[in-house]
Design a protein around this ligand. Structure first.
Ligand code: ADP
Length: 161
């Protein structure tokens, strides 16, 4: 069975991320979405548990997409869930430069056991990022073109508290 790991911050998950997850779920038997607990990213909007919960709600009726969280290195999460590859989404040259370095490091530290596959979001989603969504939301604008209604609702609830 081919399993792929999709690691990221997902703070919050956007339609760009969802487009990558859904493409990967067609190419692989199972997609393991891993919300990373990254201590370097302190100003997060949602806790790791809230991010996992949102993604689980989005894919509750899909059999081959599972959601986990971890503070391990991506290659170690991949080994834990028996994934031979990591999937990453490419939006721009900046993403490309970063991902070229990451895939090299991940291949080295996993001693060749974990490869990286890059996918492109469909063009209408390619410019979306979690930080852009948060910025537009903070200006009081509608963000439904960028996130699922489940995510927008959680953002409104967060703002109220
Ligand atoms: P990270 O902090 O690891 O970059 P993100 O949650 O920002 O985590 O992104 C996870 C992955 O999803 C990365 O590979 C990123 O490039 C990709 N990604 C994010 N938004 C999009 C998008 N709109 N289109 C394609 N890929 C995307």
């Amino acid at each position: 069975m081919s399993k792929v790991l999709y690691p990221g911050s997902f703070d919050p998950i956007t339609r760009g991320h969802m487009n990558i997850i859904e493409q990967a779920s067609v190419l692989f038997d199972e997609v393991v979405v891993a919300v990373l607990c990254n201590p370097n990213k302190r100003n997060s909007m949602f806790s790791v548990e809230e991010r996992v919960d949102m993604i689980q709600q989005l894919y509750s009726s899909v059999d081959n997409i599972m959601v986990v969280s971890s503070s391990l290195a991506a290659v170690d999460i991949a080994a834990l869930y028996d994934c031979k590859a990591i999937v990453r989404g490419l939006r721009s040259f900046t993403d490309f430069d970063y991902e070229v370095g990451m895939q090299q490091i991940n291949k080295e530290i996993s001693k060749g056991a974990v490869n990286t596959v890059c996918l492109f979001a469909d063009k209408e989603y390619r410019f979306i990022s979690s930080s852009m969504v948060k910025e537009v939301f903070s200006l009081g604008k509608d963000i439904l073109s960028y996130v699922d209604p489940i995510v927008q609702k959680k953002m409104y609830l967060k703002k109220k508290h």
